[in-house]
Design a protein around this ligand. Structure first.
Ligand SMILES: Nc1ncnc2c1ncn2[C@@H]1O[C@H](COP(=O)(O)OP(=O)(O)OP(=O)(O)O)[C@@H](O)[C@H]1O
Ligand SMILES: Cc1ncc(C[n+]2csc(CCOP(=O)(O)O)c2C)c(N)n1
Ligand SMILES: [Mg+2]
Ligand SMILES: [Mg+2]
Ligand SMILES: [Mg+2]
Length: 288
């Protein structure tokens, strides 16, 4: 059983449309509010050697990335911290505050608790004009698909390529890029928190068309042998680049490093170099 299977279960309890995007979308006067919440744990999300400041930074970054993926502007963050040791709190809060400040957000609340394993839940709110909102659903027949930067760097660092440790430990959510892409009229978007292959399958699940990726076009992590780099780019998690579809005519997009990696196809499948791409990546799983 993995988290995507459990999502289908949730979809029998709440409106499954609510599960179709990186954020919840809530009417808010003339604007739309978007909201995301993400839980991170020491053993699965905070690699050994990470500082507490980086823990706080990452907890906020993952949430701002979901807000960016909707084309929205982040506003407020609430941080709930389940602390194993009280002396960790100050640095965690500083890291969280600094990440907010770097992307125009503010910590406005949260919660504190004692917990055996350090566990942080970061909740972010943002706003967007209705005409600039981008959802995961929306790919159109002649669109290409693109990403905002190199894939597989975080996983490369976990594999021992230390030059990518900063990308792993201090991910940079593509906030400015998300806003620009929303205004530029991209047709569908999400962030790649769990790897490109899994993200393409997530997009497939809510669209009526498929995707054909050319692996030679993937922006790869530097300093890694090419075969391994391609594997990391397809299946590694923790990068937080944006994945989007758009008509070819909108490129180049000023202010956005966009790499076209493939195109939308009529068949509802995900292909890499013409062959079905495995639905594999960074997935939380339960045994039994
Ligand atoms: N327990 C839950 N109850 C209700 N909605 C949920 C629950 N878990 C996830 N969702 C919703 O499902 C959608 C997808 O969530 P998911 O966590 O897979 O995406 P994500 O945050 O982009 O990915 P990641 O957790 O890897 O960062 C979101 O709209 C989220 O609000
Ligand atoms: C041990 C370890 N493995 C991978 C990563 C990279 N990483 C950070 S958050 C995340 C996914 C989103 O989390 P979630 O799906 O839990 O919301 C990933 C893959 C890491 N920091 N540490
Ligand atoms: Mg996401
Ligand atoms: Mg998330
Ligand atoms: Mg999530």
């Amino acid at each position: 059983m993995d988290e995507r299977a459990l999502h289908r279960l949730i979809g029998t309890i709440i409106d499954p449309e609510r599960l179709a995007d990186d954020c919840a979308v809530i009417p808010c006067g003339d604007l739309l509010a978007v909201a995301s919440t993400d839980m991170l744990h020491e053993t699965t999300d905070f690699p050994a050697g990470m500082t507490d400041w980086q823990v706080g930074w990452m907890a906020v970054a993952v949430t701002l990335s979901d807000i960016a993926s909707m084309g929205a502007t982040p506003g407020e963050v609430l941080l709930a911290v389940g602390l194993d040791r009280p002396e960790r709190l100050f640095d965690i809060m500083e890291g969280a505050r600094d990440c907010c400040a770097a992307f125009g957000a503010e910590i406005v609340g949260g919660d504190l608790d004692a917990h055996r394993e350090l566990t942080i839940v970061s909740t972010g709110l943002g706003t967007v004009a209705p005409e600039h909102l981008v959802r995961r659903r929306g790919v159109r027949p002649n669109d290409v698909i693109a990403v905002t930067g190199p894939l597989g760097e975080a996983q490369a660092a976990l594999a021992g390529y230390d030059r990518h440790r900063k990308e792993l430990l201090e991910p940079q959510p593509r906030v400015a890029e998300g806003e620009v892409l929303g205004r530029a009229g991209v047709s569908a978007m999400m962030d790649i928190s769990d790897g490109l292959a899994l993200s393409l399958h997530d997009l497939l699940a809510v669209n009526d068309r498929g995707f054909a990726v050319e692996t030679a076009r993937l922006p790869l992590p530097a300093g890694v042998p090419e075969d391994e780099a391609r594997e990391l780019a397809l299946y590694g998690g923790g990068d937080f680049e944006l994945l989007f579809s758009a008509p070819p005519a909108i490129f180049p997009i000023p202010g956005v490093e966009a790499h076209i990696i493939g195109k939308v196809i009529p068949e509802r499948v995900v292909l890499a170099d013409g062959k079905p791409l495995e639905r594999r990546g960074y997935l939380h799983e339960w045994s039994g």
